[in-house]
Design a protein. Structure first.
Length: 95
């Protein structure tokens, strides 16, 4: 990792980013079967992402990942067995 990287390990929904934070990559591994985790992630990242940030969320393959996570649009949703990974990024501008 680069020297200016910040690694935070915390419980989803309990951690709040410091004022002025602008993260470029957020990886979340919430409880698989907790639909409320999506709201907790959204509330946590709200106003704390850099303009071209990516958010990666591991989730149960039995639960459909939302198309939007705050201001971000789902870019990919990959499934493997019981698990899945949804990747979000800023919505692309219409051509």
């Amino acid at each position: 990792m680069r020297e200016d990287a910040t690694l935070v390990t915390a419980v989803v929904g309990r951690w709040r980013p410091p004022a002025g934070a602008a993260y470029t990559l957020v990886v979340a591994d919430p409880p698989y079967d907790d639909p409320a985790a999506w709201d907790a992630i959204r509330e946590t990242i709200d106003c704390s992402l850099a303009p071209h940030a990516f958010v990666v969320v591991e989730h149960s393959a039995r639960i459909e990942a939302p198309e939007r996570l705050g201001e971000l649009q789902q870019w990919r949703d990959r499934r493997q067995g019981d698990g899945a990974v949804a990747i979000y990024r800023p919505a692309e501008e219409p051509a």
